[in-house]
Design a protein around this ligand. Structure first.
Ligand code: COA
Length: 156
């Protein structure tokens, strides 16, 4: 399969929302359909296209069918340990029937390229401990830095 990786555009909205919150999509993968409201989805999509907002999305398109088959979202932020910004890879997803064909790797490489252009010294991301499949890719394109992630408990 031949794949094109490019920044998301307004015309991709419907297909992106389908991969994001649709059946067998990313939010369902995370069992988080109750957390992602239509307002969050709408705002997130708007941010991708807002030049004032450092939130970005690259998509993977099957060049034969023209269908959107995956995406990587990322954002930049300042870092107290560097003069340059850092790049955080927020979401990575390839639709089920298009996995294991190198699309996930291409999406990560596209984020590395974008991070270089945005002047970021570092690109990093998290994954769930039990997401072994993703880690089979991550060990090839990244290094495990030994940090654990903690979060503030949800307010009651
Ligand atoms: C994680 C995910 C993005 C990977 O996408 P993908 O397109 O399948 O990934 P790729 O084909 O580029 O890479 C898979 C790599 O892992 C390796 N791999 C994956 N599964 C493997 C397995 N069962 N056994 C051995 N190697 C495996 C492949 O060999 C490949 O390495 P290569 O590039 O050297 O050939 C995709 O599985 C996905 O969307 N999963 C659901 C959502 C998710 O987990 N997102 C990540 C959240 S942190």
């Amino acid at each position: 399969m031949s794949v094109i990786i490019r920044p998301i555009e307004q015309k991709d909205k419907e297909e992106w929302i389908n991969l994001w919150t649709g059946p067998k999509g990313y939010i369902e993968f995370y069992k988080s359909s109750d957390k992602i409201t239509p307002e969050i989805t709408e705002t997130t999509f708007k941010r991708f296209l807002d030049p004032q907002n450092p939130t970005y999305c690259n998509i993977a398109v099957n060049s034969e069918t023209g269908k959107l088959i995956g995406f990587a979202t990322y954002l930049t932020h300042t870092n107290t340990w560097a003069l340059e910004d850092s790049c955080y890879l927020n979401d990575l997803f390839v639709s089920e029937s298009n996995r294991l064909g190198g699309v996930g790797r291409k999406l990560i490489e596209s984020v590395y390229e974008a991070a270089d252009k945005l002047g970021c010294a570092k690109t990093y991301w998290h994954t769930q401990f039990e997401n072994h499949r993703a880690q089979l890719l991550y060990v090839k394109v990244g290094v495990k830095d030994g940090f654990l992630k903690y979060s503030r408990p949800l307010k009651k």
